[in-house]
Design a protein. Structure first.
Length: 432
């Protein structure tokens, strides 16, 4: 059996297998005229971000939902449609390179809330790739260093700072805070401005005056940053003009970002994109291969029949070597704390607290009986088998179950359903 890890951070989605790593920026390009446009994914989208900004979207992973898009985009109704198409693209490429995906594990960012996790599960079910486990991304990164501290996850338009506590021999995910305006695109823009200024200084040519030249410079920055991790200078060429940038000259970008966690106790771990930024100071980073190995170690202590829910704690093999930081890291005031209800939502809707099953389906604030086989219940294929409510076999291709606790064969109170025509419903219990 081949296990794949789906590593999610909206600036870079990756599928990791033993012999292959498939990466794709979390961005989509609408090719063609309105009403006839097709979607494109992959590196080609990154290479058009500056030149075709109105035809690209970079927000659909961060804003994963079924809320209608604010403008037409290649026929997509909402961000969930774009995530669905992006995953189909990734899975097709992965299976072409590495064979069938028999076992899928999600490595999800800490700021992906419970509603979004359940919607993602529904999307994965729809593409025929239901996951066997969900791991917190910050936990996996911090497991690599084996200490409590803070993890920085670099997303398109923000950094997510997640505290990891060490209690006894357990690493435990704490609160997450967002640092808006410090995302990968923001940092690339700062680098672009600096590089353009250097280009003007050395060649008298300003690449910002041409959309094509600016895009070429933008495309060259990631490789230049990679060069600067092991060299003091990197050479760039834009539209026939050659110039050099220095690591020292770009250190202001990383230093400005790291002030947001200045004074944080414990080990600071960062993801790969952030690790390559000049001026960034950290204790640990992990390649995608190392990340998958750490995830494998965490899953090694998980029972085979464990329920599908986000894994947010793990045992440290050698707790004597770990440092136990204070309960809160010093994340500055500019950060915005994630809504804590997202973490508690799962326990509120947990079937353990609801022994009896659902009696009604709630659609647009109106409740309809399941037992009486109302038209609305039939529209979602709801049937009862003994004390259990299920989705009938012939409806399972049309209805997605958005829940970590429920399945097609056993639906619980609090489970959300999503039908292919865009209709959403909530299963509730009406007493009396």
């Amino acid at each position: 059996m081949s296990r794949f890890y789906l590593d999610i951070t909206d600036s870079q989605i990756a599928l990791i297998a033993e012999s292959s790593i498939i990466q794709s920026p979390g961005a989509a390009l609408a090719n063609g005229s309105a009403g006839e446009a097709s979607l494109a994914f992959g590196k080609v989208v990154f290479e058009t971000l500056k030149r075709r900004p109105l035809e690209t979207r970079t927000d659909f992973w961060a804003q994963l939902s079924t809320a209608p898009l604010n403008a037409e985009f290649a026929g997509a109704r909402h961000s969930a449609d774009l995530v669905y198409e992006h995953l189909k693209f990734l899975f097709a490429e992965a299976e072409r390179q590495a064979g069938p995906i028999d076992d899928l594990v999600i490595i999800a960012p800490s700021n992906l809330n419970q509603t979004q996790v359940e919607l993602l599960l529904g999307i994965l079910n729809a593409v025929g790739k239901p996951p066997s486990a969900i791991l917190d991304r910050a936990l996996v990164h911090q497991h690599v260093v084996g200490k409590g501290g803070i993890h920085l996850d670099l997303q398109w338009r923000q950094v997510v700072a997640t505290e990891i506590r060490l209690e006894d021999d357990q690493l435990i995910v704490g609160k997450s805070s967002t640092l808006p305006g410090n995302g990968y695109l923001d940092l690339l823009e700062q680098c672009l401005e600096h590089c353009a200024d250097v280009c003007v200084e050395q060649t008298r040519f300003d690449p910002r005056r041409s959309a094509d030249a600016e895009q070429l410079l933008f495309n060259a920055i990631p490789d230049a940053l990679a060069t600067l991790t092991h060299s003091e200078e990197a050479s760039l060429s834009v539209s026939g003009y050659d110039f050099k940038i220095s690591r020292t000259g770009l250190e202001f970008v990383g230093k400005r970002l790291m002030t947001a966690v200045e004074g944080a106790s414990g080990a600071v771990s960062v993801d790969g994109l952030l690790a390559g930024l000049p001026g960034a100071v950290f204790d640990s980073t992990a390649s995608l291969t190392t990340l998958a190995e750490a995830a494998e170690q965490i899953l090694g202590s998980r029972a085979a029949d464990a329920e599908l829910s986000r894994i947010s704690r793990t045992k440290v093999e050698d707790p004597q070597q770990a440092e136990n930081p204070p309960s809160e890291a010093n994340v500055k005031e500019v950060s915005k704390e994630r809504d804590e209800t997202a973490r508690t939502e799962k326990s509120i809707a947990s079937p353990a607290a609801d022994v009896a099953g659902p009696t009604h389906i709630l659609i647009n604030s109106r409740a309809y009986s399941i037992a009486n086989q109302s038209t609305e219940a039939k529209g979602f294929g709801l049937i009862t088998e003994g004390d259990q409510v299920q989705v009938a076999e012939d409806f399972r291709s049309q209805v997605n179950v958005l829940s970590t606790e429920s399945s097609y064969d056993q639906l619980h109170v609090g489970c959300r359903l999503y039908r292919n025509d865009g209709t959403e419903a909530l299963l509730i219990r009406v007493e009396g």
